[in-house]
Design a protein around this ligand. Structure first.
Ligand SMILES: NC(=O)c1ccc[n+]([C@@H]2O[C@H](COP(=O)([O-])OP(=O)(O)OC[C@H]3O[C@@H](n4cnc5c(N)ncnc54)[C@H](O)[C@@H]3O)[C@@H](O)[C@H]2O)c1
Length: 463
């Protein structure tokens, strides 16, 4: 044990009680659902409107309510019920619109959240950018090749407007720590990512509602499992490997859900990245088991494999914070850089503790790092936490839900003009991967990513 070398078990136990209590309190807060604070009025808060206040829109509004650098002034939805629920969720008295063009004409609105079904992302985002608004567009950013080219041009012509995509893993402290580990060579060269989103059961058809309420299940409006689920994880693979794929092939069919939907429910995809790297993504219904992080989490997660070790990571949900672990390769190749480090110590923006081959190690966040500036008690608390992490009694938890961080960061970027972490390039790379993956599944052929340049060069269709 490197960091805890100087700490005896007895010393650790002395403060472990306090650390455990603090963590139990934090865990209770997590279990109790999202922390909904009441936003303090901030004079320079960004005034925003939201288009599409369905399930995701309302979820974001719940989180936005606790964020003080944005203020909701307008909501828009074609459904009265959705509008009513949106106003109840955010509180106050935002203006209600049924046509997004009217919301965009509202001079009070500086920024717009686009939380509509996928096929409407581009038309609303285009109109919003042309109306001079900043835009937070949910993933997957766009739906068709025409829209990829159209949005790239639009954003290029409007560099002062912030455009962020709803890929919240980019805002997670846990994922950022994993990315730092990759950058610093802690897990060697990343050659392979395995990602899954397995649901049990899969999405259900809402038979008592109009077809549009089930838009996700129909290809005329949706990119199916690839757009709705894989998009998050293709982005993680791109980010961790620092590159985008060259080609994709896959197998997909509809085997289990025979209720009139036309999307596929059983999908396996292989992405070829430069230098022999691969991502394998699977999406199935009927089992939610995930072998990552010792089977403690279900449904979705990524395993990032490098020549020197592997990272298991998942973002979780409102009740389960992101969690990450890493496993040192039993006999990693000798790397000059590694030799310079103390035998047992690995720094990755975090100080790691070496162990035998297959023992999982926590990915440490900034709050766990020893800076040398701590008070005696703070230092003891950190030692105690490290000890508990190593024993598997505690896992490091993010100080904030990445969704909250992504929203706060969006408003800050609107004010400062700073480029978002999940910017248009991230969003478009992700959309291109989704579009080409679906072509690969539909045609059964290997699709080259360069093909996108020759697709959809006509004008994007009007909504
Ligand atoms: N980032 C994430 O983790 C995440 C999670 C869930 C959903 N999403 C994304 O959020 C988006 C919305 O998904 P959802 O689950 O909320 O769908 P939903 O069907 O629950 O909500 C969509 C809303 O848009 C409204 N709408 C439809 N046409 C409209 C129009 N012309 N003008 C205004 N409103 C209109 C609908 O009435 C509905 O209320 C999707 O793109 C989805 O992929 C992202």
């Amino acid at each position: 044990m490197a960091d805890s070398k100087d700490m005896t078990r007895r010393e650790a136990v002395k403060v472990a009680g306090a650390a455990t209590l603090a963590t139990v309190a934090a865990a209770r807060q997590v279990q109790a659902g999202p922390l909904i604070r009441t936003a303090k009025a901030q004079t320079n808060a960004i005034q925003y409107g939201m288009v599409g206040t369905g399930s995701r829109g309302t979820y974001l509004l719940k989180h936005l309510k606790g964020i003080d650098n944005g203020r909701c002034v307008a909501v828009c939805d074609v459904s009265d019920d959705a509008l009513t629920k949106a106003v109840q969720t955010i509180g106050g008295s935002p203006k209600k619109y049924k046509d997004w063009r009217e919301l965009l004409a509202d001079k009070d609105v500086e920024a717009v959240f686009v939380t509509t079904p996928l096929f409407l992302h581009y038309p609303v985002t285009k109109d919003a950018l042309e109306a001079g608004k900043h835009v937070f567009c949910e993933k997957s950013m766009v739906f068709t090749p025409e829209e990829v080219h159209g949005l790239r041009k639009l954003a290029h012509d409007r560099p002062k407007q912030t455009l962020q995509v709803g890929l919240q893993r980019r805002y997670s402290a846990m994922y950022q720590a994993a990315r730092q580990m990759v950058e610093k060579g802690v897990i060697g060269e990343v050659t392979y990512v395995q990602a899954q989103w397995h649901r049990n059961p899969g999405w259900k058809m809402k038979t008592d509602q109009p077809k549009m309420a089930n838009w996700r299940l129909f290809r005329e409006w949706s990119g199916g499992l690839v757009a709705e689920l894989a998009s998050h994880q293709i982005d993680v693979a791109d980010w961790m490997m620092g590159m985008t794929p060259e080609a994709v092939m896959g197998m997909g069919s509809r085997d289990f859900m025979h209720d009139g939907r036309d999307i596929l429910d059983n999908i396996q995809l292989i992405y070829k990245y430069p230098k022999g790297r691969r991502l394998v993504w699977t999406g199935i219904p009927g089992s939610s088991h995930w072998a990552g992080v010792g089977g403690q989490r279900t449904e979705m997660g990524e395993i990032i494999c490098g020549t020197g070790g592997s990272i298991h990571i998942t973002v979780g949900d409102d009740n389960n914070m992101p969690i990450g672990m890493w496993f040192k390769e039993p006999n990693p190749p000798k790397v000059e850089e590694a030799k310079k480090k103390k035998k047992e110590e690995w720094k990755a923006g975090a100080t790691m503790v070496a162990a035998a081959g297959s023992r999982p190690l926590p990915i440490l966040l900034d709050k766990d790092l020893l800076t040398g500036k701590e008070s005696f008690l703070e230092k003891e608390m950190k030692y105690a936490r490290l000890w508990l992490y190593q024993k598997g009694i505690l896992v490091p938890e993010e100080p904030k839900n990445p969704v909250d961080t992504s929203l706060e960061s969006f408003f800050n970027d609107c004010r400062t003009g700073k480029r978002p972490r999940a910017d248009i390039e991230v969003g478009l790379a992700d959309s291109i991967a989704v579009i080409l993956s679906n072509i690969a599944l539909d045609t059964g052929r290997t699709v080259q990513f360069s093909e996108i340049e020759n697709m959809g060069k006509g004008e994007a269709k009007k909504a």
